[in-house]
Design a protein around this ligand. Structure first.
Ligand SMILES: [Zn+2]
Length: 213
């Protein structure tokens, strides 16, 4: 599928030290988002989460998990955007000065949310294919295809609003030794999410109304 991808220069404009960046985003997912998601899935919400980090030092502005039991639009990213904009304007950075991190590739709703929210980037850990195959949640690709005829969920990862990166692609661009250490952490995270997914799948249809469960 042909679609626009950010270049190495686009990444370099945002990320000065790729290994330090990958180290930080993996830590934010495992140490800040996962503990929230562990609680969320026990309440019947999905496994997705997000965070906003300051561009200048990668400090966490907000870390959030999916809240679909309160409203089916409260996806991980939308809940993250809501939490970000709930911070008084005087206390928060501008969206353009922050990194948007999503555990899973944003669905069409969340792609729109990130765009309207003012971000010029996002980074995701799991791809649409992972979400569909490993987590039995097929809606992302299906919505892209049904509504916009975007086959396979293909959208422009580089467009006038933002550039988007799969974190695995950043890992794959590192030297082999560094890659191996990150892939080990990445594999451990995948196991954690399989466990979270099992809890969510077991609760499907038993609690809150989530039309696209
Ligand atoms: Zn979404």
């Amino acid at each position: 599928m042909e679609y626009n991808q950010p270049t190495d220069d686009d990444l370099a404009a945002l990320v000065s030290d790729r290994a330090a960046f990958v180290d930080r985003v993996l830590s934010v997912i495992s140490d800040e988002i996962v503990p929230l998601t562990e609680k969320g899935v026990r309440g019947g919400s999905k496994i997705f989460g997000g965070a906003v980090l300051a561009k200048h030092d990668l400090s966490t502005v907000v870390a959030v998990t999916n809240e679909e039991t309160t409203n089916p639009l409260h996806h991980g990213e939308i809940a993250t955007i809501n939490a970000f904009y709930a911070i008084p304007q005087s206390d928060r950075p501008a969206a353009k000065d922050t990194i948007f991190l999503s555990t899973h590739e944003p669905c069409p709703l969340c792609l729109g949310g990130i765009t309207w929210g003012g971000w010029d980037n996002f980074f995701y850990f799991f791809s649409y294919a992972d979400t569909k195959d490993a987590f039995a949640i097929p809606h992302d690709i299906r919505i892209h295809e049904e509504i916009w005829s975007a086959t396979g969920g293909a959208y422009h990862h580089k467009n006038m609003y933002w550039n988007a990166w799969h974190i695995q692609d950043l890992i794959d661009g590192l030297d082999e030794g560094t890659q191996a250490a990150f892939n080990e952490r990445s594999d451990a995270l995948k196991v954690t999410y399989e466990e979270l997914s099992a809890v969510y799948q077991a609760s499907k249809g038993t609690g809150a109304e989530i039309p696209l469960a």
